[in-house]
Design a protein around this ligand. Structure first.
Ligand code: SAH
Length: 246
């Protein structure tokens, strides 16, 4: 029986993967990965390592999560070193917890290897610090997958009135509803918003706007993309350092 390494691959820039993640990738007998993990990482695997793609896009699973869990389990019965490679951090909207529980219930040992999440590194590569003295004393990472129009929302919209930074993952398709909802709870129409697409990669693009105009400005933005709402967005003007318009 093998051991499963639930591993964060980092956000895109291959150098943002941890030393530990790189070690387990090099030692892996099989790597189970999805779209968000940079495929260049697979080149680090030893010869003979098997690759299993369990595609996943923007939180939508091409393979149902139950099937992914079972694939990981079956591979753990077969191989000694099983790497489950996930974009960013495995516990930040990565369903890493569900995979760990599935393995636990079947007596499979696992390690969790945290990764650099896109929620922080995407903004960082766009020159946006998620906290900044005098501007934002906290930040939240929120799912953008749930429609803000849902009758019983799990998202505490009413608590978003402060100037704390809000990062929405999986939210580009809901950006119109999200920005409307934030104006509805009282945020100004000219409140700063940024959308960061393919953050930390050579294809990174950043659009800065306001709650009122961000929808119009991000019509053709490719995924994966995240949304940053907060006054920290304005710091990009001074701090942008990466990519084309730096
Ligand atoms: N576990 C991942 C997040 C998985 S949810 C992490 O910690 O980063 C998937 C969402 O993450 C995408 O819909 C998008 O909002 C965001 N995302 C992942 N990689 C990204 C990137 N390179 N640039 C911008 N957003 C990204």
């Amino acid at each position: 029986m093998g051991r499963v390494y639930l591993t964060g691959a980092g956000p895109g820039d291959i150098e943002l993967m941890t030393v530990k993640a790189l070690r387990v990738v090099k030692e892996a007998d099989v790597i189970i990965y999805d779209r968000l993990a940079n495929p260049e990482i697979l080149e680090e695997a030893k010869s003979g390592c098997e690759f299993v793609y369990v595609g996943k896009e923007d939180g939508r699973h091409i393979m149902p999560q139950d099937d992914i869990n079972e694939v990981i389990y079956q591979n753990a019965l077969k191989y000694e070193n099983v790497v489950r490679l996930k974009g960013g951090d495995p516990f930040v909207f990565g369903r890493g917890g569900e995979e760990a529980i599935y393995l636990l219930e079947r007596g499979i040992k696992f390690d969790i290897i945290p990764g650099i999440t896109s929620a922080i590194s995407g903004p960082a590569y766009a020159g946006i610090p998620v906290t900044h003295r005098g501007v934002a004393v906290s930040f939240r990472v929120v799912t953008g997958h749930e429609s803000p129009n849902k009758k019983v929302s799990q998202i505490p919209w009413d608590t978003f009135k402060t100037d704390d930074t809000i990062v929405f993952l999986m939210g580009l398709h809901n950006i119109s509803k999200i920005s409307n909802k934030l104006m509805e709870i009282g945020k100004a129409r000219d409140y700063p918003v940024a959308v960061i697409s393919k953050g930390t990669t050579k294809d990174q693009s950043v659009v800065v706007g306001t709650l009122e105009n961000i929808v119009e400005k991000t019509k053709d933005v490719p995924t994966p993309a995240l949304i940053v709402v907060g006054k920290v967005v304005l710091l990009r003007e001074q701090l942008k350092w990466f990519g084309e318009n730096a």
